[in-house]
Design a protein around this ligand. Structure first.
Ligand code: NAD
Ligand code: UDX
Length: 460
């Protein structure tokens, strides 16, 4: 153990959660040595070389402050485990794609592999922290694996789910609404919990640190994401009704959200929510409910995902319908491919579904995005011959019959739409899947404008 530091903290998994979370802990706890390990050698090289593998505002600055001082990236997982007092596990827990529970429950193979690596490489007592989002009761399985060894090593499993959102990860980590730490309520469990509280106490006020039993903590993470996604599906379902009735979904959301009991956040109608978490975590919740025989509860939450799929389908149907029921051989330019602004992440982005459906109708699709083109090419690798990718939005729009805004990047409302209109085929259409553009102005320029959940403005 390096005597220069008070404690050694290890994080297994150098992804969207592990990297930023550990960078902030390192910045706030200079007396701790933080090591982040990953099986992906390229990713570790990228973190080390300064070519940070994820785009996240403010991340680079904070990593540069602490890297090679008290934050280290390595592929030596075994050494990391051996030296650690506390091990955060933030490996991916995607939806299972095979066998029982396929399409719903979490695939825990990466998770279990880390549990076995921890058991094999440990020589002294450890606190193991679940940072990944996991099905409730996973800690029990983790404990069983960790306690299956012959050595007399004490492992305490603590749940500390992460609530950061991509694009605002650093702000969320520096100033979270709450930090949740769940543990067994035994003397050893409480002692382990205190060690994790002690880390966050470096910068988080005590009233924002919630402690609970371990199952409440695991479940609260799934439920938080389910509630957030439910709000989006609620407003998206109403956007469909607005389009039929002439109501304006933004006006409805404003009125509804002004009730302090409801609140105004997460009420922006859109082409549909994406990201690696919402769908995965809701389906996980659905599967858990089903496995306990709570079919009505499962169905209730599954509908949040179904409404999201309905919203994505509606968006494509609206494009086709507005463009005279045929988009074959028409150029359609997508403004944005990331699942939200300020990230290059495209996991579960509505843009993936929209692109595939447009291609199925034989449209000619061009994609532009400030950060996500590399990921878009990977997502659509089976269709790469049929697509164009263009980083400059003006260039991407030349000769297009329609533009579809899929990500709410700041840059899109600021573009010169007269210039864009002049370069497009006529009649020119805009489908604003994020309601971020000035629709009246676009209409005056000559566009036929189709927002989400608002009356469309067209010239015929
Ligand atoms: P990610 O895919 O970006 O990163 C996970 C990393 O773990 C990868 O780099 C992978 O190579 C590594 N890994 C997998 N198995 C490993 C092993 N056995 N040993 C060492 N490294 C291993 O995933 P992420 O987005 O950071 O998500 C991680 C977890 O955090 C998930 O459970 C997710 O649900 C949860 N979460 C994610 C977010 C988010 O915004 N992305 C927010 C909150 C919680
Ligand atoms: C989410 C949770 O917010 C975060 O707490 C959790 O830790 C991880 O999952 P993230 O997926 O990174 O974070 O982004 P988020 O801001 O929640 O957006 C998710 C999706 O919902 C995006 O596609 C976003 O564009 C969409 N969205 C969000 C809407 O369509 N309307 C809204 O009002 C808000």
């Amino acid at each position: 153990m390096n005597r220069k530091f008070k404690k050694n903290i290890l994080c297994i998994g150098a992804g969207y959660v592990g990297g930023p979370t550990m960078a902030v802990i390192a910045a706030k706890c200079p007396e701790y040595k933080i090591t982040v390990v990953d099986i992906n050698e390229q990713k570790i090289n990228d973190w080390n070389s300064g070519n940070i593998p994820i785009f996240e505002p403010g991340l680079e600055e904070i990593v540069n402050q602490v890297k090679n001082k008290n934050l280290f990236f390595s592929t030596n997982i075994e050494k990391g485990i051996e030296q650690a007092d506390i091990i955060f596990v933030s490996v991916n827990t995607p939806t299972k794609t095979f066998g029982e529970g396929a399409g719903k429950t979490a695939d825990l193979q990466y998770w279990e592999k880390t549990a076995r690596s921890i058991l094999q490489a440990s020589r002294n007592d450890k606190v193991v922290v679940e940072k990944s989002t996991l099905p409730v009761k996973t800690a029990e399985a983790m404990e069983r694996i960790l306690n299956s060894g012959d050595d007399n090593i004490n492992f305490q499993v603590v749940s500390n789910p992460e609530f950061l959102a991509e694009g605002t990860a650093i702000q969320d980590l520096l100033n979270p609404d709450r930090v949740l730490i769940g543990s067994r309520e035994t003397p050893e469990g409480i002692k382990a919990r205190k060690q994790i509280v002690e880390i966050y106490r470096h910068w988080i006020p005590v009233h924002k640190i919630i402690t609970s039993n371990i199952w409440s903590s695991e479940l609260s993470k799934l439920v938080s994401n389910a509630f957030l996604a439910q709000r989006i599906s609620s407003i998206n379902s109403i956007s469909a009704l607005c389009e039929k009735t002439g109501a304006d979904v933004e006006e409805v959301a404003y009125s509804v959200g002004s009730d302090s009991r409801i609140g105004d956040k997460f009420l922006s109608a859109s082409v549909g929510f994406g990201g690696s978490c919402f769908k995965k975590d809701i389906l996980n919740l659905v599967y858990i409910c089903e496995s306990y025989g709570l079919y009505e509860v499962a169905e209730y939450w599954e509908n949040v995902v179904k409404i999201n799929e309905f919203q994505e389908q509606r968006f494509v149907r609206n494009i086709s319908k507005a463009m005279f029921n045929t988009i074959a051989n028409k150029k359609i330019t997508l403004f944005g491919f990331a699942f939200k602004a300020n990230t290059g992440d495209t996991r579960e982005s509505a843009a993936i579904y929209v692109t595939r459906e447009l291609l199925a109708e034989h449209a000619l699709v061009t994609i532009t995005d400030p950060q996500a083109l590399d990921n878009a090419k990977i997502d659509l690798k089976d269709h790469i011959q049929q697509l164009s990718f263009e980083s400059d939005p003006y260039q991407a729009a030349v000769g297009a019959h329609a533009i579809a805004v899929l990500t709410e990047w700041d840059v899109y409302p600021k573009l010169d739409y007269q210039r864009i209109f002049d370069s497009m085929e006529k009649p020119a259409f805009i489908f604003d899947g994020r309601n971020i553009l000035d629709h009246r102005k676009l209409f005056e320029i000559g566009f036929n404008v189709y927002p989400v959940g608002k009356p469309h403005l067209n010239h015929f």
